[in-house]
Design a protein around this ligand. Structure first.
Ligand SMILES: [Zn+2]
Length: 208
């Protein structure tokens, strides 16, 4: 449903100087860093159409969600490697991109478990109200991490085999990688929130 633009103006005017500013500046830095077009979260009320209510926390989580979505995977990989080097602990295993790309779904699906071809597609297409619990105990709400075969950028999206209940395209290795990737993206965001160290390097280079 459409929101009242004046309410957005009111909220931004009165509550921007807070965590909202931090997350918004952080979002803009990420856009600058990767040459992405910025969405006008401070004025474009249509960006909040997925929220039932236009509130400061909904504005905050929408911007945060967008920031998490646009951080490229390869950047997270680089960040991860740098982190590993800093800690001087090597976890062995290096990622191979080819496997990640092969986990695509086709239109004429066959269940890898029972050979069935009947699937029920479950999708909510909306991250609002989303709630997840990761195996490590992390809980995520109101955001949609991209988990292969389970969620897409908008919400829950999965094909379940009617014959055996298997989730089509589910790949344990891939899911573990997705979860790990998301953890690092969050960690990245948190670090950037705290001291912005992460982006200083590039900022300085741009100024010169
Ligand atoms: Zn099956």
């Amino acid at each position: 449903m459409p929101h009242d633009p004046t309410r957005l103006q009111h909220l931004i005017k009165n509550y921007y100087k807070s965590d909202l500013e931090k997350i918004h500046k952080n979002y803009e830095r990420i856009c600058d860093r990767y040459n992405l077009e910025k969405k006008d979260f401070l004025n474009d009320v249509s960006l909040y159409n997925h929220c039932d209510l236009l509130s400061v926390s909904n504005i905050y989580s929408t911007i945060r969600n967008e920031s998490l979505k646009i951080i490229p995977v390869d950047y997270v990989e680089t960040f991860k490697k740098r982190k590993r080097n800093q800690n001087t602990t090597t976890l062995g295993e290096d990622s191979d991109e080819t496997e990640a790309k092969s986990a695509k779904t086709s239109s004429d699906k066959t269940c890898a478990h029972c050979g069935g071809s009947e699937f029920i597609f479950v999708c909510n297409g909306n991250s609002d109200g989303m709630y997840l619990e990761f195996p490590n105990g992390r809980t995520v709400s109101g955001q949609t991490p991209q988990l292969t075969a389970l969620t897409d950028g908008d919400g829950v999206s999965l094909h379940v085999c009617v014959g055996c209940g298997m989730v089509h395209g589910f790949n344990s290795t891939q899911l573990k990688r997705d979860l790990e990737r998301y953890e690092f993206a969050l960690e990245d965001m948190n670090e950037a929130d705290q001291d912005e160290l992460l982006f200083e390097e590039d900022d300085q280079q741009q100024q010169e």
